[in-house]
Design a protein around this ligand. Structure first.
Ligand SMILES: Cc1cc2nc3c(=O)[nH]c(=O)nc-3n(C[C@H](O)[C@H](O)[C@H](O)COP(=O)(O)OP(=O)(O)OC[C@H]3O[C@@H](n4cnc5c(N)ncnc54)[C@H](O)[C@@H]3O)c2cc1C
Length: 357
């Protein structure tokens, strides 16, 4: 009988949770070690739009659309994932660029429909000024990021994973150039392989063993309203703001999906953005700002994910990215397969860690 591989996953955001869940489902012994209480650091501050929208080169589009398909599979396998394929109304580009996007991504099979103002108003009746021209993408959606991450962790635990939350990893432990575990304040933990899914904390952990991973951390501000009666049917990717309504009725918005630049006075930026969002929506007179968040996007230096084993260091797997909400199901599936069987999905080919070294 094959010996069960023990994998430590460092990080309990949406990426670590998905990798841990897929590993334990596929037969590994898994320990999740995380500094936070579970749910992540960037993850709770995410707009959580699941998409393969404009600006993606074809290989990245292919990875994203594959992950969109994997979302449906994951939500069927894990109880309690709040996923909604609510569609999006997109008009955050000038008309010629919107048309280029429709032609290119439509040609790749992305389900894009051109809509006029009357149709936009039918799709989103609460828009005060429906756009003259927009694109509707029925296959996009959102998953509430913290609830999803906690559902993955809970189901991983139910399947046998051990969760060690509020346990920061101080350093990775090396033996003869191979990672053999992690060192925490509670002591040393040994493993056959260690996965670094530590978001913006990943570079520091890797630097400690001489592995360079340049990660930028651009901030993104989102405003969150108090819960409100239904206003929006789906995502509105508008020119002024990107907006959606959460499962609990909050309107969440940023000036783009990555969130607004917070500026010197984040509270003032939030007030100004919220005023613009309220003006976008008819029937939102009672909509009240509850709070704002500023998150830091874990963004590898060239903007694309880093997923895989750095050359020259055994026992180590790295998984760091922006768009982690979109990508979590495919990344979890592919990372678990590579760790357990050595087979690497062709969709990950452009995203190995060594390209940035
Ligand atoms: C404003 C904003 C909007 C976004 N919008 C979208 C969007 O619309 N769609 C989309 O797909 N993506 C979006 N993203 C990106 C997405 O949220 C992230 O890519 C994703 O949340 C990253 O998840 P993660 O698990 O890698 O990181 P995190 O959630 O940051 O989790 C990292 C984990 O590592 C742990 N950790 C760190 N260091 C250590 C250590 N030394 N020891 C132990 N544990 C450690 C932390 O405690 C945490 O649990 C957005 C991000 C932001 C900030």
């Amino acid at each position: 009988m094959a010996v069960q591989k023990h994998v430590i996953v460092v990080g309990a955001g949406i990426i670590g949770a998905s990798i841990a869940w897929h590993l334990v489902r596929d037969g590994a012994r898994v320990t999740v070690v995380s500094a936070d209480r579970g749910g992540g650091v960037a993850t709770p501050n995410s707009f959580a739009w699941i998409n393969a929208s404009w600006g993606n080169p074809k290989p990245y589009f292919d990875l994203r659309t594959r992950s969109m398909a994997e979302w449906t599979r994951l939500a069927a396998e894990v109880p309690g994932i709040p996923l909604r394929w609510c569609g999006s109304l997109c008009y955050d580009l000038p008309p010629d660029q919107l048309e280029d996007f429709a032609r290119e991504h439509g040609g790749w099979g992305y389900g894009i429909r051109r809509v006029d103002a009357a149709e936009a108003a039918r799709i989103e009746p609460a828009l005060a000024r429906p756009p003259e021209q927009a694109l509707h993408v029925a296959g996009e959606g959102a998953a509430e990021p913290v609830a999803t991450t906690l559902a993955l962790l809970a189901d991983a635990e139910r399947r046998g994973a051990v969760l060690r939350m509020t346990t920061p990893v101080r350093t990775l432990t090396l033996e003869s150039g191979r990672v053999v575990g992690v060192l925490t304040d509670e002591g040393r933990l040994a493993a056959d392989e260690v996965v670094i899914a530590a978001g913006t904390g990943s570079s520091e952990l890797l630097a400690g063993i001489g592995v360079a991973l340049p990660v930028e951390t651009p901030p993104g501000l989102l405003v969150h309203s108090k819960p409100h009666a239904p206003l929006l049917n789906g995502l509105v990717i508008g020119e002024v703001a990107h907006v959606r309504q959460t499962a609990e009725g909050r309107i969440v918005a940023g000036s783009d999906f990555g969130g607004a630049e917070p500026g010197a006075d984040a509270a003032a930026t939030a007030q100004a953005l919220f005023a613009e969002v309220r003006a976008m929506l008819a029937g939102a007179d009672n909509l009240a700002l509850d709070f704002h968040t500023v998150g830091y996007r874990p963004t590898p230096a060239d903007g694309f994910p880093v997923i895989g084993r750095p050359a020259g260091t055994g026992g180590l797997y790295v998984s760091v990215m922006h768009s982690g909400v979109t990508l979590a199901p495919a990344v979890g599936l592919f990372a678990a397969a590579e760790i357990l069987s050595g087979e690497r999905s062709g969709l990950l080919s452009p995203y190995g860690p060594d390209r940035l070294g």
